[in-house]
Design a protein around this ligand. Structure first.
Ligand code: ZN
Length: 94
């Protein structure tokens, strides 16, 4: 597993936006707050839990990049893992 998707900047977006501003939260905190808002403010129909996401290397944690064959370019550990997986894929009979 070389490529992992990091999810960060979890937030609850409420409209009208002036109602709430919770700042930084975990995924669970954001979902719990969104549930609480829905329970107590039935009219707040426009509530969404959002986060940003970025693919990263599980070995060196830099932003994921790979060539057209899928071979990572960030570090030797990721390249060796990719080479092992690529060899295993080649051994599977068609
Ligand atoms: Zn890497």
């Amino acid at each position: 597993m070389s490529k992992v998707t990091e999810q960060f900047n979890w937030r609850v977006v409420c409209e009208p936006k002036q109602l709430f501003n919770i700042g930084e939260a975990s995924e669970r905190e954001a979902n719990d707050l969104a549930d609480d808002i829905r329970k107590h403010i039935p009219d707040a129909a426009h509530i969404r839990v959002l986060c940003d996401a970025e693919d990263r290397c599980s070995h060196c944690w830099v932003t994921w990049s790979a060539d057209s064959h899928g071979q990572p370019s960030c570090c030797t550990a990721a390249q060796l893992e990719w080479a092992r997986e690529d060899a295993a894929r080649s051994e599977v009979p068609a």
